[in-house]
Design a protein around this ligand. Sequence first.
Ligand code: GDP
Length: 221
Amino acid sequence: AERIITTGMLKIVSAEFIKGAINSKHFPQIGIPEFAFFGRSNAGKSSLINMLVNRKNLVKTGSRPGMTREVNFFLVNRPASLNFNPKTKKFSGPAPKDMFVLTDLPGYGYAKLSGGMTLQIDKMLYEYCTNRPLLKTIFFLMDMRRAPTETEKESIGFFHGLNIEVVIVGTKADKIGKNDQIKAKNDWADFFNFDKDLIIISSAAKKTGRDNILSLIAKRI
Ligand code: GDP
């Protein structure tokens, strides 16, 4: 059984953009635990990341589907006294336990774009998933109003096949009632054959689900 952790255990003190990579050669090697966020365009990924790190605009929200074709890396909780040297790939001192990398993965569902663009994204995602030894968890975001599809099931199967833990985050919970939230969580647990402890209900608008996500991160760093 999952251990219940009191809220506020992991505090977010700072978050900064490190790098946007259009190619796996540009992925930064930082050597600390990493957590990635994935979801189709408009799932609410940017809003959720901003909510998690207490920032209005660290990640731009409401961007047109297909606009983000980069993997964006953020460093969370770097103390001001600690510097990172990209050449030596070392910090100027010991990394504190609560410091981690947060990764914003490109959305999928680019029906309007050319096949070439979609392929490029798939390749980059594949390279990301196979080249991040300190990746702990992929948070898989899905709008709570939508019924899950085979595409999502396949994506989760793909991550699991690479031994990557997936946590499902139901977004925009404020758009539906409490009973529908519980029903969706149960339906998703059945559909994905998923442990309910690994399904989190969230709303960026109402700032719910934040403590659950941070507790999960705290347990893995
Ligand atoms: P992304 O494309 O996955 O990064 O999604 P965004 O974060 O840009 O959000 C897409 C749209 O959904 C925007 O219009 C947001 O304002 C809206 N949205 C995101 N999160 C929430 C939420 O928790 N509640 C509500 N009501 N709307 C949300």
